[in-house]
Write a protein that binds this ligand. Structure first.
Ligand code: 13P
Length: 248
C-alpha cells in the first residue's frame, strides 16, 4: 500500500513572519502521521522554515531547483545549496515555471537530475492546458513531459521521485478536476510508468493539484491512483491545509 503525501506550494506569498507562523501552525496541528506532509516555501524563507520544522513530521520543499550544478548562473539556486538547508523535496516543472519563466521539458529534466544527485526528491509536475484538453491532447502532452525526464535519467530514477498531475486549467481557478477526470489521468500516468517498470509504477506517489480544497479533497484522495495532493491557495492557511491532510 502506497503512503500518501500532501504538499503545500506557497508560491510567491507571505513574509518571513507569516511564513514562520504558518509553518508553526501546521506543526502544532499535526496529530497523526497517517501520511507524509511537506511545504514548499519561497527560497529566501527556507532556512527559517527549516528551523521551525526541525525534528517534526513536516518536511521542507523548494519550489524549483537549478538545472546546473554550480557556476556562472546568476539568480539560480543549486540543489547543493538546498540540500545544505535541509530540503527534502523540490518541485520541478510547475506549470507557472513552464508558462511564465520558460522552463522547458529539457530544463525540467535537468532540474530533476540535479535534485536527485543531491538526494532531494523531485516532484515532477505535469499537466495539460484547457486548449490541449479540448483538443484531446492531454495524454500526448503528459507523455512528452514524462519522456523528457525518462530519456535523461531513466525510469529507475522514478524510484526516488514523486509525480504531480496538475491540469493547468484547474490551477488557481476554483475549477477542480472531477474525481473521475483526475483518476483517469492518474491511472494513465501509472500505466505509462508500468509499461516500463511495474515495481516503480506500483510504488510511485502521484499527487493531484489544482484548486484542491478541504471540501473536495476527500473525494479526490479516495480515488485508487491519487496518492495525495499538491496544494496552492488552500495551503496558505494552516487549518485548511491540515483539513486537506486529514482527509486522507
Ligand atoms: P491551487 O491549489 O491554488 O489551485 O494551486 C495548485 C498548484 O499550482 C499547486 O502547485
Amino acid at each position: 500500500m502506497r503512503r500518501s503525501l500532501v504538499v503545500g506550494n506557497w508560491k510567491m506569498n507571505g513574509t518571513r513572519a507569516s511564513s514562520e507562523s504558518l509553518a508553526k501552525g501546521i506543526v502544532a496541528g499535526l496529530v497523526s502521521d497517517h501520511a507524509d506532509i511537506a511545504v514548499c516555501a519561497p527560497y529566501v524563507y527556507l532556512p527559517y522554515i527549516a528551523e521551525v520544522v526541525k525534528g517534526t513530521e513536516l518536511a521542507l520543499g523548494s519550489q524549483n531547483v537549478a538545472d546546473q550544478a554550480s557556476g556562472a548562473y546568476t539568480g539560480e539556486i543549486s540543489a547543493t545549496m538546498l540540500k545544505e538547508i535541509g530540503v527534502t523535496y523540490a518541485l520541478v516543472g510547475h506549470s507557472e515555471r513552464r508558462s511564465y519563466y520558460g522552463d522547458t521539458d529539457a530544463s525540467v529534466a535537468a532540474r530533476f537530475k540535479q535534485a536527485q544527485e543531491q538526494g532531494i526528491i523531485p516532484i515532477l509536475c505535469v499537466g495539460e492546458t484547457l486548449e490541449e484538453r479540448e483538443q484531446d491532447k492531454t495524454f500526448s502532452v503528459i507523455n512528452k513531459q514524462l519522456d523528457a525526464v525518462i530519456d535523461l535519467v531513466g525510469i529507475a530514477s522514478f524510484d526516488a521521485a514523486v509525480i504531480a498531475y496538475e491540469p493547468v486549467w484547474a490551477i488557481g481557478t476554483g475549477k477542480t478536476a472531477t474525481d473521475e477526470q483526475a483518476q483517469e489521468v492518474h491511472y494513465y500516468i501509472r500505466q505509462y510508468i508500468a509499461a516500463k517498470d511495474q515495481v516503480i509504477a506500483d510504488k510511485i506517489q502521484i499527487l493531484y493539484g489544482g484548486s484542491a480544497k478541504p471540501d473536495n479533497a476527500k473525494g479526490l484522495f479516495a480515488m485508487p491512483d491519487i496518492d495525495g495532493g499538491l496544494i496552492g491557495g488552500a495551503s496558505l492557511d494552516a487549518e485548511s491545509f491540515l483539513k486537506i491532510f486529514n482527509s486522507i
